[in-house]
Design a protein around this ligand. Structure first.
Ligand SMILES: [Zn+2]
Length: 241
């Protein structure tokens, strides 16, 4: 961790399995490390909590962790803190928002620092309605540690999942998976939801050009058959107003 934090001014001691105490030589160094958010150690999540006076170690709350979540897919003119905040509010408590350059060189609208409840599945994205149009937004998590591609929770792999037993056949077909490596920001891939959603949109627009009098079919909003997460049953929400 010293190398990652670029400091020698810290003492590290282990108190029990998985619980460590870091003592910094200065308040400034401590704050600099804390401001950089959570860290990974061998792809495991390192959650940092500042020392709280008069609090025994076992009373610290490690059930939440703040992540930077990148948001992709908003129209350029709508990349505002307000809209990004509304888009990610179902991910967790929003702590900070930064807007991306609006020069059109990236599909990334911005980043939001969100406090995530670790017992809940990660949220993969959101379908929103803006000015009468449906738009799919992809979410990507910075410094995402290993997580379960079966239930979407951090801290275990799919083969050890107690909520949804490991299904090897399903894991082999990326297009059948609800979770995958694309949720990590460093992977730089769109989700299958993004690909399917915009593919469907393109086909609808082509059909409309060829036979304009044909009524439009109702669109398939959720491309993958995965009804077990209640979050997705109410995934459509208007956030423009
Ligand atoms: Zn699981």
């Amino acid at each position: 961790m010293k190398r990652a934090w670029r400091t020698d001014q810290v003492e590290i001691s282990q108190h029990e399995a998985g619980l460590y105490v870091f003592k910094f030589n200065s308040e400034g160094e401590k704050q600099r490390v804390l401001d950089n958010g959570h860290w990974l150690f061998s792809n495991h999540l390192v959650i940092l909590k500042p020392w709280t006076p008069n609090t025994p170690l076992h009373c610290y709350d490690f059930t939440t962790c703040a992540f930077w979540v990148q948001v992709f897919g908003l129209p350029l003119e709508m990349c505002t803190k307000s809209l990004i905040g509304k888009a990610v509010r179902h991910v967790g408590r929003v702590l900070d928002i930064k807007i991306e350059n609006k020069d059109g060189t990236t599909l990334r609208a911005g980043r939001a620092r969100v406090e995530i409840r670790l017992q809940e599945p990660l949220k993969t994205g959101k379908l929103i309605r803006l000015e009468g149009k449906n738009i799919w937004l992809d979410f990507c998590y910075e410094r995402l540690s290993h997580y379960c591609y079966s239930c979407g929770k951090l801290g275990h792999y799919a083969m050890y999942c107690k909520d949804f037993p490991f299904d090897e056949e399903k894991m082999e077909g990326k297009d059948k998976m609800y979770y995958g490596q694309w949720l990590g920001a460093e992977v730089r891939e769109h989700s299958p939801f993004w690909l399917t959603f915009y593919e469907t949109q393109d086909k609808q627009e082509e059909a409309a050009e060829i036979i304009p009098e044909t009524p439009q079919p109702s669109i398939q909003l959720i491309p993958i058959d995965h009804q077990r997460n209640s979050q997705n049953k109410e995934i459509m929400e208007t956030i423009a107003k």
